[in-house]
Each structure stands twice: as C-alpha cells, then as structure tokens.
Design a protein around this ligand. Structure first.
Ligand code: ADE
Ligand code: ZN
Length: 347
C-alpha cells in the first residue's frame, strides 16, 4: 500500500466511497517516483526519506500554500514518457479502488503532464484516458476524468485543454476545473473558456475560497455559474455568500487535511466543515492530493468524524457526492441507488 501510516480495515474503509476531488499529480507513489527517476535518469535524492521531503508535506514544513504548491514543481519532473504517465494513472486508480472508493473523479492537468518532455496535449490526454479506463475495469471502480487548468498559467492553453476535453466527452472526460494559485491570480481571464466548455457539454468546478476570500466563491457561483466548488471553505467568512451557496445548493468539494496543510485553517480541530453543513451548505469529503498529504479518503472520513460529524452525517455526505457526480444521468442514478443500498446495510 502507498500510505503506510493509514489504519487498516475499519468502518471508514468499509464505507463504499465516492471521491470528487483528487488530483492525479498529487497521487504519485514514492516508490514509483524512485523507479521513474532511475529509469529516466532524473537526478533526485535516492532515498525515500529525502524524496518524501520534496514531494510530501512533513511535520516540520511551514503550513502555507506556497510550500504546498512547491511540491508540485518536483512532481512535474516525473512525467517523462508515455509509460510513466500510464503507470502513474493506473496506480492512482488502483490506490483508490483499494481504499474502497466505488466512483472517483480524477482530475489531471494536461499542461503539467506535457511540460517535462514537450508532449502534445492531445497525446497526454489520450494516455490518461486510456490508462484510467483500463485500470477502472481491472480494479472494478468507475472513473470519470476532469481536465484541470491553472489560474497561474495562460488562458490560451486553458482554451486548448477545454477544447480537447470536450472532444473526449464519452471517453471518460466529464468536466473542466480551474485550479492553481488562487491567492495571487484572478479567475476572470478564464470566464469565457468555462462558458464555452459548459456549452460544449462539460461540467465545471472551480477552486475558490481556498487561498482566496469568500468573494471568490460568490464569483464562482454568480459569474461562472459553477455546479461545484473546490474547497470553498472560506465561504463562512461571509454570511451573505454562505446564504447564497446554501440557496443555490452549490456542491462544495471539501478537503480537510489539505486545508490544514496549506494554511487555509490554522487549527485542524476548528475546520469549518461542520459549520458549513449546519448552515445548509451541500458539502462533500475529498482528499485533494493523497500522496502530497499522505492520506487516504478513508482517513479523511475518520478526520471528519473527529471533527464531530457522526456516521449518519458521513453517509449523507457520501450520498451528496454520488448525487453531485458528473456522470451521465442514468449512471448517476445507478450509483446513488447502489450506494444507498450498501450504506443502509452498514451499521
Ligand atoms: N493543485 C493541486 N492541489 C491544489 C489545491 N489544493 N488548490 C489549487 N490547486 C491545486
Ligand atoms: Zn484541488
């Protein structure tokens, strides 16, 4: 297993889970990084321990978004060949299946995967689609793909990614995501791209209210007309935006440990998830970057329980995830029905 510090089989593992917010680039196994480094001549520290310091959050790390994003600079070194990308994708799907995730929306950043070797964007997208769909069959899990574009990168590239993603609806591509450095880059240059993506049949989700204020959540809802928001936890800093989100029933993809590690919340025990739910916000529980954070989705459910959410609320969050998935309607209905049945049998 990838995450050695995670508890083995327990109630949280036993929950049949749905993951809506997981980045492929934050899901690499350390052992795989070392293998790829060896076979592709990449100079990185040869020991797991030293490599871990570069790509995973450590106890002594500063809990800031800059430190968190810094890990992705090293992670970008490993996308050196179609085989490497195939392996990374396959293992991300395998790890999710082993954590008893039944449906996962895996997001990936084509621009990041193409950078190291200058691979064409359409080829990178094709590799991730092919590998994820064959791994989904192999490991008996359903996988939908979301293409991510970063705010700190060019809107022209985002447009290309959105266009390619739309071409691949029906081959596993279900959505488009705006990610990256929210603290220093606005989302306004991307409004047109996301509008067109929506018209082309892609679902959309926007990282907002993570490293930026509640006003960004309002913008995501009112200007982008987004269906889901990545994180969004800073919504609780503004009562009017909280009320707006609750009224619109916008889905929040909450990632507790990531929020703590990247400085969104100063104290893990004071994470606002319970307060968001109490104020009528539709929240789901997700990992964000399981390898960077050294967690599993089961671990995040356990953490939510530690925050005071009882099992029946956790089950409700799971159903919200299934209902908010970007699957085509018939498949979504099937997933919800299957989950309801299994959850009702779990005491
Ligand atoms: N890319 C990977 N993790 C991210 C996060 N938490 N916020 C924005 N972009 C990301
Ligand atoms: Zn994210």
């Amino acid at each position: 297993m990838v995450q050695p510090d995670t508890a083995p089989l327990n109630i949280y593992h036993a929950l049949p889970k749905v993951e809506l917010h997981r980045h492929l680039e934050g899901s690499l196994r350390l052992t795989t990084m070392l293998d790829i480094a060896r076979s592709h001549g990449i100079t990185i520290p040869a020991s797991m321990l030293r490599l871990s310091g570069l790509v995973q959050i450590q106890d002594q790390d500063p809990l800031t978004f800059t430190n968190f994003l810094e890990k992705f600079k090293t992670l970008r070194l490993f996308y050196r060949s179609p085989d490497a990308i195939h392996r990374i994708t396959r293992e991300a799907v395998e790890d999710a299946a082993r954590d008893n995730i039944r449906y996962m929306e895996l997001r990936f950043t084509p621009v990041a995967l193409s950078r190291a070797e200058g691979f064409p964007l359409h080829e990178v997208m094709d590799w991730v689609i092919t590998s994820s769909q064959s791994a989904a069959k192999e490991f008996n899990i359903q996988v939908g793909l979301i293409a991510s574009v970063n705010r700190h990168e060019s809107p022209d590239l985002a447009e290309q990614v959105a266009w390619l993603a739309a071409q691949n609806i029906g081959r596993g591509l279900v959505g488009l995501d705006l990610a990256g450095n929210e603290a220093e880059f606005p989302s306004s240059p991307f409004v047109g791209v996301f509008k067109e993506a929506r018209q082309a049949g892609l679902h959309i989700t926007i990282h907002a209210g993570e490293w930026g204020p509640a006003a960004n959540v309002r913008e995501a809802i009112e200007v982008f007309n987004t269906e889901r928001i990545g994180h969004g936890v800073r919504v609780i800093e503004d009562d009017a935006v909280t009320a707006l989100a609750a009224e619109r029933q916008t889905i929040f993809e909450v990632c507790i440990t990531s929020n703590y590690q990247s400085g969104v919340v100063a104290n893990l025990g004071r994470h606002p998830l319970a307060s968001m739910l109490n104020q009528g916000i539709k929240a789901t529980i997700n990992t964000d970057d399981p390898s960077v954070s050294r967690i599993t989705l089961s671990h995040e459910y356990q953490t939510a329980n530690d925050l005071g959410l009882p099992l029946d609320v956790l089950k409700q969050c799971l159903l919200t995830s299934a209902e908010a998935s970007f699957l085509p309607e018939a498949k979504r209905t099937q997933l919800v029905a299957r989950l309801k049945k299994e959850l009702s049998g779990l005491k």
